[in-house]
Design a protein around this ligand. Sequence first.
Ligand SMILES: CC(C)(COP(=O)(O)OP(=O)(O)OC[C@H]1O[C@@H](n2cnc3c(N)ncnc32)[C@H](O)[C@@H]1OP(=O)(O)O)[C@@H](O)C(=O)NCCC(=O)NCCS
Length: 173
Amino acid sequence: MPEANADKDQAAGPGKTDFAPDIRPATVHDVADLADIHARAFPPEATWHAPAILRLLQTPGTFGLVSGSDAALTGFILMRAAAGEAEILTLAVDPDHERRGNARALVIGGLTTTLAVDCPEVYLEVAATNAPAIALYQSLGFVQTGLRKGYYTHLGTTPVDALVLRWAPDKDA
Ligand SMILES: CC(C)(COP(=O)(O)OP(=O)(O)OC[C@H]1O[C@@H](n2cnc3c(N)ncnc32)[C@H](O)[C@@H]1OP(=O)(O)O)[C@@H](O)C(=O)NCCC(=O)NCCS
C-alpha cells in the first residue's frame, strides 16, 4: 500500500508542493474507518464516535481528507471553512502508521483546500502536552496566538491548557 509522501518538500506548505497522491476527500462511507482510527489515536475519553463524525461530514462548510488506500485508511483530518477562516477540528493517524508523513500530507491537503475556498487563515487548538502534534504544526508554519488555560478537562485528573495555533499563507511566497 502506498504511504503518504513524506518528502521534506511538503514542509514548505501549500502552493509550494504537489498534493500527496494518496490523500483524498473523506466520504460518509469512510465514517466507520474514521471512528476506528480516532479511537486508536486518542485516549477513550477524547474519542469521537461515528455519529459525531458523520454529523460533521454532513455539515455545510465542513470537510474531511483521508490518507492511505481504500483497502486500509491510515489517517484523516476534519476541517471547517467559512467566512474567510478555517479550523482544524481533528487530526488522527493510526498508531501503526505514525511517522510516515501521513499527518503532514493531511494538513497540507487541508491547507490547500481552505486556500482554494478562500479561507486562508487556519486555526486549531492543541493540548499543551501534545508535543508530537505541536512539532508537526510548527514545522508547517503554524504559530501560537493564544492560550486557553485548563481548556481540556477530560484528559486526566488535572485540566490541560490548549494552545491556539494559527496558519496563514506567506505573503512573500
Ligand atoms: C500527531 C500525529 C497526528 C502525527 O501524525 P504522523 O503521521 O505520525 O506525523 P508525520 O509523520 O506526518 O510527522 C510530521 C512531523 O510531525 C512531527 N512529529 C510527528 N510525530 C512526532 C513525535 N512522536 N515526536 C516528535 N515530533 C513528531 C515531526 O516534526 C514530524 O516530522 P519528521 O518525521 O520529519 O520529524 C499522530 O501522532 C496522532 O494521530 N496523534 C494522536 C492524535 C493527535 O494528537 N492529533 C492531533 C490533535 S491536534
